[in-house]
Design a protein around this ligand. Sequence first.
Ligand SMILES: *Cc1c(COP(=O)(O)O)cnc(C)c1O
Ligand SMILES: [Zn+2]
Length: 500
Amino acid sequence: MKIDQFPKDIQDHILPKPEGEMVYRCLGCKTEYSSDRLLDTCPECGSVFLLHDMNKQHINKVSGEKWRRIFDYRKMINEKALKGIFRFYEFVAPIIPLDQIVYLGEGHTPLVEANTRMKNRVGIDFYFKNDGLNPSASFKDRGMACALSYINYLAKQEGMKDVLAICASTGDTSASAALYGSYLDDFLKSAVLLPKGKVTAQQLSQPLGSGAKVLEIPGVFDDCMKVVEFLSSNYHVALLNSKNSWRILGQETFSYEIAQDFDYEVSNKVIFVPIGNAGNITAVMRGFLKFYDAGVIDTLPKIIGVQSEHADPVYRYYLEPDEDKRRFVPVTVAPSVAQAAMIGNPVSMPRVIELVRLYNSTADEKKVFVVQVTEQEIMDSMIIANRNGNIACTQGGESLAGLKKAAETGLIKSGEAGVLDSTAHSLKFAVFQEMYFNNTFSPEFHVRPKPELKNAPIQVRPQRLSKFPEQGKPLTGDDMDLFVREMAAEIASILDLKKK
Ligand SMILES: *Cc1c(COP(=O)(O)O)cnc(C)c1O
Ligand SMILES: [Zn+2]
């Protein structure tokens, strides 16, 4: 739709202007830094940042009701920069000119209502939001679209030539960083550090396919992260992990989309998010808080973080009810099928602590919870979800396992509806499905396949047949007729088909 076809009072708002004034604010010493350069951690105290928009005026001069109409009308404008996460431009990074925004098709992932069979199983209504339907098949693209748009803008402005973008990854961050990096002009190259053997074959193929330098490191993700942190403090590199607070801004759009998907009525919704490095749950809380502050939504939804018992430092932290007594203790992770969340020392922990406090105090009641689930529950849930029309990854299974736990313990009740983050596409984690079906999990996973959930291909090769077609040697004449007849008879018997 063309600008002049929009309602008069919306026309001026359809194409946003860079009216924000973003600053980095340190969560440790509270120092603020201008956003005219890329910073990952505070030069003063080393803590992480969140980006704040100091120009509240450009948000507040528009009513919540009008913002809703602006976002709804923006769905109809054919402007590439606004097709993805920047539909919510003013709430993301309102300093990046539209022509510097990188768009590869991220965001606006489908919200799929659970079928009746699954709803009955859990006893609660719920939806999957399938973030596996992003360009690199995980939610990481939301954050990367924002971070790379910012770097693109900065590089053009400063005439930067040799930017090396670098990240440590449990698989999906590197896939996403490499994809967005490969789209940009020659000023940027990317390198990714992966824990050797701890990412799936599909995840490894992604940065390789995008042409990034792929560096495999012995150890687990937490070890890779330490190396990347050292590199970023001592060399000129652009860090793309979720320490990079531009990524958090992009990931906040997950919440904006949920609000829009439900016509901004989220009071009875309960959002389930798997927690690894805790960037995502940070962003989800922050997104709803920003929409609430601007009057776009009028109630904050409940948020439930989910962790596997094999990597549960955030869950353990919140086990202590007395806020003053809580102490964060990193854990040593054990092998987890929710491999993308297998992190013992989440870098966003200071953000989580601050935002949980802010979220609960803004809502004036406890609205953020963390539950713990077993590896068995995660695997069973992934398989069940996908047997009911979904494309859930193991972490999506973790969200469903978390919903079941929350239903059992009364954290969610009928009348409320779950919105489950399925953070990546099932195909990336097909190896765990394969281990389940073939019962080949090593003992430390503690997963035993349920026979009724297993599946395997059936070899069809009737005894009565002596000749079979082969590549380049087709059967002909009577041999072919016989082959078709005998094969069909065998298949009819396996499938118990009735004759016409
Ligand atoms: C990164 C990732 C997570 C964990 O998100 P954090 O922001 O690290 O907490 C969960 N699921 C998938 C598929 C991921 O790629
Ligand atoms: Zn600081």
